[in-house]
Structure formats: C-alpha cells, structure tokens
Design a protein around this ligand. Structure first.
Ligand code: PMP
Length: 391
C-alpha cells in the first residue's frame, strides 16, 4: 500500500529539533521549538502540577472511561479560566481534546461538516498547522494581512480591509494572545473592530488560545476573546494547557463554543470526539481541574506562571537592549513590545541558515525566535550574531 506514496515533507520544527540534537557544538542555542524554558534552560514540571499529580495518584481508584466530552469538572474550570464571567454557562458548549492541536482540529472538522463552503481566514503569517489542517480537511482558506515587518507591529488597516471581505458563515481565525509566530498582538480597539466586522458580515470568530498567561497576564490575555463572546452570537474557541500548565506531552486541550444552541453543539462535539478518538486524554485534564479547583494550588500555579511570564518579558528587554548596543539603532526595539514566547526577527532563510551554521543558533526558517530559549548567558552572544548576520 505504501510503495507508491511519497512521504510528506517532515514538519520543519520537528526537523529542526533533530538537527539541534545531532549538533555536537557545546555552545549551541535552541531558539526553535516552542516550549518554555526557565532561566536555567529547563522545561520543568510546574510545582502545582507535581502536587496535583501526587494527590491524584493517592486518591484515584479507577481509570475507566469518563465521557466523550471528557470530565465535566475540567470543562467548567476551563470555561471559567478562559471566559470568566463574560457569558452565562448556559451559552457555552465544551469538549475536551488531545491538546490545543486536537481542539483546533475538532473545531475545523466540525465547521467542515456543518458548512463545507465556508472560507477560513487566517492571518499572514500564522502557525503552520492552521493551513495544514484546513488543507487536510479540504476546506477553503484565505489569508488576511496581519504583520507589518517594517514596524514589527500589526498592519491594522490591511487586516481590517481584508476582514471586511468575509462572508456570512466564514471563519476568522484569530490568536487569542501571543501571536505565533510574530509576537505582535491585537490591542483592545482591534478586538472591538473585529467584533464589529463580524456583526456586520456574519463571519464567525475562531480564537486559538494557546498561551493564556504568557502575554500580559491570565486575565489580560483573555480580554479580547471575552469581548467577542459578550458581543457576538457565536464564537468558537480552541484552547491549550500545554504552555500555561507545562503539560505539553499530556495533551490537554478544550473546545469552547459560545452559542445559543448549547445542547446541539455539545452533541456535535461529543460525536466528533467519538469519530476521531472517542475519549479525550484524562490525566492532564484532571491535573488542571485539581489545580484550578483548589485555592492553595491555584495560587502556587498562578505564581509560577507569572514568574515564567516575567522571565520572558525580561529576556525580551535584555535582547532588545543588547541589540541596541550592538547595532547602535532601535531596529530591534519591537522585540520588547512583542508578547509571549515568539517574535519574528526579520531574517531571511539564508540568514537563519548562517545563524545555525556559523553560530550554532537555531531559529525556525521564517526567522521565528523562541524568546524563552534565551538565557542571561546566551543573550550577548545571540545579539552579536544577529547584529553580524542581519547587518
Ligand atoms: N495553536 C498555536 C498557535 C500554537 O502555537 C500551538 C502550540 N504550538 C497550539 C495551538 C497547540 O499546542 P498543543 O497541541 O501542544 O496544545
């Protein structure tokens, strides 16, 4: 069966991980793969997660199936975390999924089934898995202008002009915060404009929330999404606990659908889970539920998350400062204004390759840098190399 198949191109980030592992140089720096790293360069199990796992281990008496949408306590805790008090629980359908990717997939496949002629509008650029999943499903897609490389900010006029062309039932895929790969986030007036456009054209916002708590703070990062939820009849949300709970490999994600048709939406989501994997993974979801449901653990978690967020902000400031000193210009000042784990540094693929070959500095081919991969020790060297190669 497989003799006639050309294997698909390996994912560029996965390929980069392999190259980094095989690189024998002692001073190599991994700024590629999108995992948080502490100032010591570790991706630790968060303290609250360890405690929750201990409690679960001590108390859990069965690993029998739970339900097609996963554990209802987890879903409710995630609804609160993401939507707060912005909408009544009666208007929110929810289902657990394997990670944020699973949530994105379930949302897009649901739309593909219910409205195969809808166009999904994605930002230029976006996380490569967005177009990959849309294409895999055979749904139509278009891009809207988003990033302005000249300023390191958003091309607001271009974005709003493109989104005004959306049709009823189209999906507008937005990053809830910490835009991947650019690091340039929507401001509150952008969210308000987008809500107004959706109200006018009948397009439905689909918010991918993979980094809540990594941008400006847990509550702040959800404000744009909550504005859409309070003003529009329908909002689709795919959220991930990979980053903010450090539960990457446990695969914890959730689909939330803000709608007046809650019962129908939950039925559709349960059916969609059943077709694709039946029951969503439970362990990580239970860890999240345990943390969010216990005041003391919740406080420990929020503290650690805030420390991580501040460490990334510190890296941004330090790198921007080091680059100012190296280049004598404010060319890279946008790095300090960006939010979350990623920024595009404005390197061509050839420059990215030179950074790797000559300096052992690994970035994704589009010039995306994982800010969390920097440390106080590596920042001067990385700044020197960038200033030299991008001169
Ligand atoms: N959406 C975006 C924009 C992301 O960057 C990621 C993580 N790379 C995800 C979704 C999903 O992450 P995961 O499946 O690991 O939860």
């Amino acid at each position: 069966m497989f003799e006639i198949v050309t294997p698909p191109e390996p994912d560029k980030i996965i390929r980069l991980m392999g190259m980094f592992a095989a690189d024998p140089r002692a001073g190599k720096v991994d700024l590629g793969v999108g995992v948080y790293r502490s100032p010591e360069g570790k991706t630790p199990v968060m303290a609250a997660v360890k405690s929750a796992e201990q409690r679960i281990w001590a108390a859990q008496e069965s690993k029998s199936y739970v339900g097609l949408r996963g554990d209802l306590g987890f879903l409710d805790a995630m609804r609160r975390l993401i939507l707060g008090e912005s909408v009544s629980p009666d208007r929110v359908a929810a289902a657990g999924t394997p990670g944020g990717t699973g949530a994105v997939r379930q949302v897009l496949e649901t739309v593909h089934r219910l409205n195969p002629s809808a166009t999904v509008w994605i930002s230029d650029p976006t996380w490569p898995n967005h177009p990959a999943i849309i294409d895999h499903l055979g749904q139509k897609r278009k891009t809207y202008r988003y990033y302005d490389a000249a300023t390191g900010g958003i091309d607001r006029g271009g974005m709003l002009a493109d989104l005004a062309k959306t049709a009823r039932g189209d999906l507008i895929l937005l990053h809830g915060c910490c835009h991947n790969p650019t690091g340039a986030d929507l401001r509150s007036d952008d969210w308000r404009e987008i809500a107004a456009i959706c109200a006018r054209t009948g397009a439905i916002p689909f918010v991918d929330m993979a980094y809540q708590g990594f941008g400006a703070g847990l509550e702040e990062d959800a404000q744009g999404l909550r504005h859409l939820a309070t003003t529009l009849p329908e909002v689709l949300i795919a959220a991930s606990c990979s980053k903010n709970f450090g539960l990457y490999r446990e695969r914890v994600g959730v689909v939330l659908i803000v709608t007046d048709g809650k019962a129908a939406a939950e039925g559709v989501l349960a059916g969609m889970n059943r077709q694709n994997f039946a029951f969503p993974p439970d362990h990580g979801a239970r860890v999240v539920q345990e943390i969010l449901g216990d005041q003391a653990l919740d406080a420990v978690w929020r503290n650690e998350l805030e420390r991580m967020r501040r460490a990334m902000e510190g890296n941004r400031r330090a790198l921007a400062e080091a680059l100012r000193a190296e280049t004598g210009s404010d060319r890279f000042g946008f790095l300090a204004a960006h939010r979350g784990m990623f920024s595009l540094i404005g390197a061509t693929p050839e420059q990215v390759e030179r950074l790797r070959a000559e300096h052992g500095i690994y970035l994704v081919g589009d010039g995306r840098m994982n800010i969390a991969g920097l440390t106080q020790d590596t920042i001067p060297r990385v700044a020197q190399a960038i200033a030299q190669v991008l001169a």
